[in-house]
Design a protein around this ligand. Sequence first.
Ligand code: SF4
Length: 502
Amino acid sequence: MSATCSSIKPQEHNGDLQFINATPTQWRDVPQKAIKYAPKSETIMLSGGLTILQDQLIQAALVSLGENYISMPNPNFESFQTGKAYGNRGQCNPTYFTVGNLVKYLQNLRDEQGLSSEEIVQKYVYITAGGCGPCRFGMYITEYKKALRDAGFEGFRITSFEHDKGIFQGDDIDDEILQFTPKFFITLIKSVIIGDIINLLGYKMRPYELEAGSTDKAIEACKELISNAFLEKKSLIKALWNCRGVLEKVKLNRLQPKAKVMVMGEFWAAMTEGDGNYNLHRFLEAEGAECIPQPIINRLMLSIWEAERALHKNENLHVENAKKIDFSNVKTRALIKLGKIAIKTHFTIYAKAIGLDDYEIPNMEKLASLSKDYYTLDCEGGEGHLEVAHLIESVKENISHLVISVKPFGCMPSSAVSDGVQSLVTNRFPESNFLSIETSGEGAANFYSRVQMALFKAKQLAKEEFESLELPKEIPAKVHNYLYQPHNQKAGTAAQLLASLR
Ligand code: SF4
């Protein structure tokens, strides 16, 4: 039990002033004054923080369900500074960016759009992912509340869904405001999956475009097609099929030997596309590389795998007088299986429709078995064993020329634990080209120069790989069409294409 500051009074004892807790009371995070919140029909939900495309598709998807929902702009450096100004010391980087982004957005509503703080608190609510940690993730909601209070928005509502529960949310959700129904979740997941697929195609095409900006323009057009399909409740598969026509118009020269770089690490730092990781993906592309990003589906599959593992452990616990069959476990197992099948099926159908054929949904059992000798599978903080697994998989299966693990400054699971293990992995696999790098929100010059150094070797590897193959006399036109995606043991795209023509 902790006590409120006001209940601690200094008293004189033997000539010294001592702080004696007169009336201990339970500390509760509640506003000083009672607030009359707006009814659901007038409440506006805010969220954001995934990739730019995903945030926009989520907005279209949730608006199509009749929700009053706005995706906030991508967090930038100003968000980070706002987060630092109002947050506690010693937080990890994503906290400052995401908390600061919300405070900045609300300040803008107040200072630029003329809404009063009271009106903002009454009408708006923020949805975020929550969880019990074991890292700082468990403290995010408290951080949001502290920063909002200090910024003049005391009592602003934050509601969360637990990232590791997916559609199996508990009862602690404010269901007056947000109904986490299966329909809500399935629509949300569809928008996230489609965002993943289009993002993956964008990263495959952009480095090879002949006209700068043409891939982004095509992706923008695809976003419009998909958003309209959500809003008009039309077939998403048909909309994705129509995106093929848009993407095929982008002229590519894919026979350029570019270094392929896998970007992985802590979920938010590796996924965000902005100042949160110094625009790492765009920087790599500008330096002549092709990125393999970490789609959100990877994180979803990890969460499902963790839930399955926890259930398995639970079932094998010896409990005295336990029922022979625990029906709650049976139900959870069925829901997990259903969730896994639904995600995989949607991804496969949508990917086929738009023409992403060579992406394999990660096999979590395989990744676990690759990393289990290096990193315990029971540590669930951050990405758990996944960072180690990605590096080993990349080396063993020649997936990339460089693996960059990007992690926020102060991230416990990623910087402190995973990095320590990676030194053993790189020792055992000396052919690996691995860079572990921290983002602190500041110090971009140092960050970029370390990336450039690692990229130098990766570029050489890509060139050597390409030059070891013979250029055929005639290059078929299909080579430059994004729909042609041969799969072989070469890492670089250009080398993969050449090898497929032999
Ligand atoms: S994994 Fe790292 S960066 Fe992410 S919430 Fe936990 S401590 Fe922070």
